[in-house]
Design a protein around this ligand. Structure first.
Ligand code: AMP
Ligand code: ZN
Length: 664
């Protein structure tokens, strides 16, 4: 009983902190303390599976895999909204509805969040189902994925009805979207186009642990149910807030169309200050009774109206197209525009994505083009004003050779991007790769920044990252903005990076598709760069979570004589190209392919140490017993139901000593 209490208390605490952080935006503990508490809860839950709760805060990390999403009918239909675009449209609407209802009409004005709509059912304060809008009558059950969204309450607070539905929009805030794209670009992958599509795509991922990693949010706007205890929209929003939902405070009550227009005008101007994208405003008749009187047309409520902002759009001349080369050799076409004001900033450049996009738009130098600004950092060209096309304009032919080094470009089947294959001789690739090498998550070289790298390359002092280790203070002093002291720091920083462990060095090498996590996996499996470079493709894809794309890229990297030469040089300088003997001493393959569940309290080692022992010896730790489990390591006070389950499934139970003998 004591344990149950402890678990309940931890859940309650974590729930509160989640709410403070993700709904109120006012955290009261550090991330570290939060993680510690979560870890404590996870450990207890693993140890006492009889207290499993599908809505525990621990479930937010995901892990459930959905192969096929079930189709579920909505209890009440999810309608669309009618659109308006002008003051006149709105006044027409008001006239229409005035004829249909008695009395004064008040309006709730809300922002129109641009994401994917979601219908969630709560029973007895617990989230039981989350379903996409689908065709309005039925949608896909994406509950496992929605549970990982931190601002969605799994357990409500306060005085909520036994059963109700709540509707909202799943969105990806602009900042989170930007970060996701930064990471993708760093891995040599194509960035996502816009936050809305990325948000709705995320909901359909099969692995909920992947969804958990994305900074999605859920903003709520509508309650459906018999006993809501309110009779109007504005108050219902406040109720939802009290029950723990994230309901933006920008909603406002308006007593007249003039006040509605004020709201619209205000947000048309200030929308870019919001942390997320909106594409308009939604105006709703506030009184529920009046709403009922007004009812629905075939596709939308008569009592609501969306006011769509004109997309912030301008037209300007396309002066030229230039082509940038990234660190992985990927070519990005960039439109150079006649400078123009757009959403408060001067725009000079727009992204054109790739060759297909240029062909699709049929955009040509000299064209007048429409430019739009969304969540992306760079605005995009959405169309050409064909009426204004100059008579002598020429079809845009995509470049065939690298603008930096002249090498013929390649485009792999199924990929959108062209690449410059001149890996070791193309300047932006050389500079980009060294910049990646020294970056914080890689070799973390203090005293050396990206601009200095470019200076060093341009001055002919370095050609690849291994050359860094031969730089002398005298050589770098003449560089721009260098002095004795900063030159010394730079050389010292490079020297210090020789201590960076193998897994990070492997990431630093900048092998395409080998990001931080993949580098860790490969380092752990192969233990040295020599083993890795000798691995065959078959061998590589047999490593957990390594796919064909990564395997091919690794093989290609080590096929290059130049790369091997650079690696030999790094070795010679003392960079860590294998696991240190210290971490290696504890690593074996003794438990390769075996799945363990750890339960109970141990005498000679802590639970954390025990789990580390399993992993260091090639085994896997799982939190719950299933038919796949090979062993349960049982300590003191192992949960009785866990033992029962293990026995029923015929899983071998080891005590502490029996386990330790396996690995010592
Ligand atoms: P549309 O897709 O243009 O027909 O617009 C209807 C959609 O707007 C709904 O399905 C909702 O997902 C979305 N929406 C965004 N914000 C709101 C809001 N405050 N109230 C109602 N619907 C909204
Ligand atoms: Zn090139």
């Amino acid at each position: 009983m004591e344990i149950k209490k402890k678990i309940d208390q931890l859940r309650e605490e974590l729930r509160q902190h989640n709410y403070n952080y993700y709904v109120l935006d006012q955290p009261t503990i550090s991330d570290f303390d939060f993680d510690m508490k979560l870890k404590e809860l996870q450990d207890l839950e693993a140890q006492y599976p009889e207290f499993y709760d599908a809505n525990s805060p621990s479930q937010r990390v995901g892990g459930e895999v959905t192969k096929n999403f079930q189709t579920v009918a909505h209890e009440s239909r999810m309608y669309s909204l009618d659109n308006s675009y002008s003051k006149e449209d709105l006044e027409d609407w008001e006239k229409r509805i005035m004829k249909l209802v008695d009395g004064q009409i008040e309006y709730t004005c809300e922002l129109k969040y641009d994401g994917a709509s979601m219908n969630m059912t709560y029973e007895n304060g617990r989230l039981v189902r989350a379903v996409t809008r689908g065709d309005g009558f039925q949608g896909d059950d994406v509950t496992a994925n929605v549970k990982t969204i931190k601002s969605v309450p799994l357990q409500l607070r306060g005085d909520y009805p036994d059963k109700f539905e709540i509707r909202g929009e799943i969105i990806l805030p602009i900042e989170g979207f930007r970060k996701m794209n930064e990471e993708r670009v760093e891995l040599g992958e194509e960035p996502y186009r816009n936050p809305r599509n990325t948000a709705s795509g995320s909901l359909k991922l099969q692995d909920s642990a992947e969804v958990a990693k994305r900074p999605l949010e859920c903003l709520l706007y509508s309650l459906k149910g018999d006993q809501l205890g309110v009779d109007n929209q504005f108050d219902s929003l406040e109720k939802a807030r009290q029950w723990g939902f994230k309901v933006p405070k920008e909603a406002k009550l308006a007593k007249s169309t003039d006040e509605v227009l004020d709201y619209i005008n205000y947000w048309a101007e200030h929308r870019f200050e919001l942390p997320y994208e909106i594409d308009g405003v939604v105006i709703k008749v506030n009184n529920f009774y009046q709403q009922e009187e007004l009812g629905y047309t075939a596709k939308a409520p008569r009592w609501a109206m969306a006011y769509k902002f004109k997309a912030e759009q301008v037209s300007t001349r396309l002066n030229s197209i230039s082509y940038q080369v990234g660190r992985t050799g990927a070519i990005t076409p960039v439109a150079n525009l006649e400078p123009v004001e757009l959403a408060g900033t001067t725009v000079k450049r727009a992204s054109l994505h790739n060759a297909d996009q240029i062909a699709k738009l049929d955009v040509r130098v000299g064209d007048e083009v429409f430019v739009e600004k969304g969540g992306e950092i760079i605005p995009k060209i959405i169309a050409v004003d064909f009426d204004k096309r100059p008579e002598n304009s020429e079809l845009t032919l995509y470049i065939t050779h690298c603008p930096e080094c002249g090498t013929e470009l390649v485009r792999k089947e199924g990929e959108a991007q062209h690449y410059c294959p001149n890996y070791n001789g193309c300047k932006p690739q050389i500079i980009g790769r060294i910049q990646h090498f020294i970056s914080r998550k890689a070799m973390d070289i203090e005293g050396l920044g990206g601009e200095t790298v470019a200076l060093l390359v341009n001055a002919g002092l370095i050609e690849n990252y291994s050359d860094l280790y031969e730089l002398t203070v005298e050589q770098v002093i003449p560089l721009e903005r260098m002095a004795q002291k900063s030159a010394e720091n730079l050389v010292k920083g490079i020297e210090a990076s020789k201590q960076i462990p193998f897994e990070r060095v492997l990431y630093a090498l900048g092998i395409r598709y080998v990001g931080e996590t993949v580098a860790k996996k490969l380092a752990k499996h192969y233990k040295s760069v020599d083993n890795l470079s000798n691995a065959s493709q078959d061998d590589l894809v047999n490593v957990d979570e390594i796919g064909v794309k990564i395997a091919e890229s690794v093989i290609e990297f080590f096929d290059s004589e130049e790369n091997n030469h650079i690696i030999e040089r790094l070795k010679g300088f003392g960079v860590q190209l294998e696991m240190s003997s210290e971490s290696l001493a504890n690593q074996t393959n003794l438990l390769e392919g075996q799945i363990f569940v750890v339960s109970g309290v141990f005498e000679q080692v802590s639970r954390t140490e025990l789990k580390k022992l399993i992993e260091d010896n090639g085994g896997k730790v799982s939190s719950s017993i299933s038919s796949k489990t090979n062993y349960v390591v049982a300590g003191d006070k192992m949960g009785p139901s866990k033992r029962e389950k293990a026995e029923k499934l015929g899983v071998t139970i080891l005590n502490e000593n029996e386990f330790l003998q396996k690995v010592r």
